[in-house]
Design a protein. Sequence first.
Length: 457
Amino acid sequence: MKRSLLYVVVLVLITTMIAAFSLYGCKVEEAVAEEEAVEEEAAPAEEVAEEAPAEEETITYWTWVPTDLQWKDYEAAFAEKYPNIKVEFWTGELADYQVKLQVAIAAGEGPDVIGMQAGGMLNQYSEFLLPIKPIADEKWGEDWESKLNPSALEETKSLEGTQTALPINLSGSSLVLYNKAIFDEAGIETIPANYDEWKEVCEIIKAKGYIPVALGAKDIWNIVDIFTTLSSQFGSGEIYQAYAGELSWTDKVFVDTMQAWKKLFDDIAQEGALGVTTYPDAWAYYYAERKSAMLMVGTWHLSYALPGGAKFGTKIENDPTSCFILPQFGPYESRLWASVDTAIAINKDTKNKEAAWKLFSFMTMEEGQQIVADQMQGSPAKKEITPTTLDLFEFQSEKDAVIYANELISNAMGPRLLKYPELNEALGVAMQEVAAGTRSIEVALQDVQDVSSKIER
């Protein structure tokens, strides 16, 4: 009996202990489960916090190149890389852009990122631009300059030597675009190499009922390009000495150059050229309308023949086109002058410095440079970037034109965009007055020299 009772007591104690341990285990399991549940609930919250999009920033970018159509490629690539930065983009013809920018800067309301032209424009606005080198050294490393075209890099420094902008692309001038279909129709098989041959070609084209050449002589930037190109046919770069104040603008080399300009204007250009702008007039209303067989521009225009380019939707859409260098008027062969066509800068008063830098970097050192090459709006400023779009041209003549233009740029005489905006203006006005016959060559060049002598260099 005692043994039975003892057995029962022990059995009860063992059962109680097992139940207690089971209850404790359940509690532990419940506690662990609750802790894991809390952790599982917390984990998504942390992930959401990490993946939550940063606050969107908006920056403004004004320029004249790229165009609205060209900007679409840049915009898509930039948005993919920097989805939280919105770019309010504005572009217009160079003359309109210059007016808009001047008014905005004067009012302290300029854009965050600013399209710049090397030479006069850059010098005009350099005090309003952010110095680039200190930031570039920090962001890109001290060897970043070796990755860019050295002459283009030098062109985008202020008169004081500060790197206030960086180049996006380079272009050359002066070129003559021509409609090969019209040349073929007129039986012209040889491209004119000198003034006499060019004049003869113009007479043949005129007899076919076409305007030979469309020239936008209202644009000072365009005719100064022509003067620079012509000057190399009468000398060996004296125009640099004149800009530096080391040679008078009344020197014989410039008298000869101005005489060649007068012959070009009188014998080659269309009537009323002084009232015609390059864009849109000469391009859109003469050349693209198939009224003129030739157009005087630079290498930047060759991109118009790419699919979706400015040529498409015009009357020359189905015509093969090409180009040749400005024919020789003087004793020396004609050579292209190449320069930074478009540069980019950052407003020193921007309130969105980091976002502005990202766009600046994208355009000068990142994916934007490949887009420059592929759109062929000039040659990219970054080294070792080549176009992947040559095979997109419909006509072999247009593919050949790009290859030809790039060869001309690689052997360029020197920079086409020179310093001192007031001197460019004076030279352009002098050319227009000589063309109109309201000023003799000698008096017009003396006017240029008078302006030059007052510049503080």
